[in-house]
Design a protein around this ligand. Structure first.
Ligand code: FAD
Length: 142
């Protein structure tokens, strides 16, 4: 693995297993902190070999806590938070572990000096951004 693998009992395990909803208190057997697509492939292979359930942790904000599991393998994407923006194609590539702050930083950097928060489509809230760009979700491709 390019990124670290943390098992129960390892230092930092309790910090790494946490999700946003503090009521969710699950303990995976192992956390694969993937740093690359190849790491994700390796982690899935390991889970298959060991017969472990898999949970994928993106931003860990899902309130039901679906980013984690008990006794399985958590594929933690938080190290894969890179965002690259191609302004000509009007397209951003967003890593699976990116938070809105990462997207904000990358997209606003492209518009330095001209950016206003209300210009961000994902923060629409009835501002002119939503009228101009529409909702964010239909513009996402995997
Ligand atoms: C304060 C707060 C405000 C919110 N506001 C909104 C809102 O305005 N609008 C809205 O729609 N939602 C909102 N949500 C809900 C939240 O944004 C969604 O639940 C979203 O799915 C969280 O994304 P995440 O990357 O944190 O997902 P996680 O919690 O990490 O994962 C959610 C699920 O997706 C799976 N998953 C994550 N990444 C991948 C991946 N790369 N490949 C495959 N599966 C993956 C996980 O396994 C899990 O099942 C809010 C949540 C919070 C806590």
């Amino acid at each position: 693995m390019d990124g670290p693998v943390i098992a129960r009992g390892d230092r930092g395990f309790d910090d790494e297993r946490r999700v946003w909803n503090a009521e969710i208190d699950r303990r995976p057997a192992v956390i694969a902190r993937c740093a690359s697509t190849a790491d994700v492939v390796r982690a899935i292979g390991l889970a298959r070999r060991l017969g472990l359930d898999i949970a994928v942790r993106g931003g860990a904000h899902n309130t039901a806590g679906t980013a984690t599991c008990d006794g399985g393998l958590m594929i933690d994407l938080s190290l894969m938070s890179q965002v690259t923006v191609d302004p000509d194609a009007r397209r951003a590539r967003v890593g699976g572990g990116a938070l809105l702050a990462d997207v904000d930083a990358a997209t606003l950097a492209q518009r330095a000096g001209r950016a206003r928060r209300a210009d961000q489509p994902h923060r629409g809230r009835g501002t002119d951004a939503r009228r101009r760009h529409g909702l964010a979700e239909p513009q996402v491709s995997a």
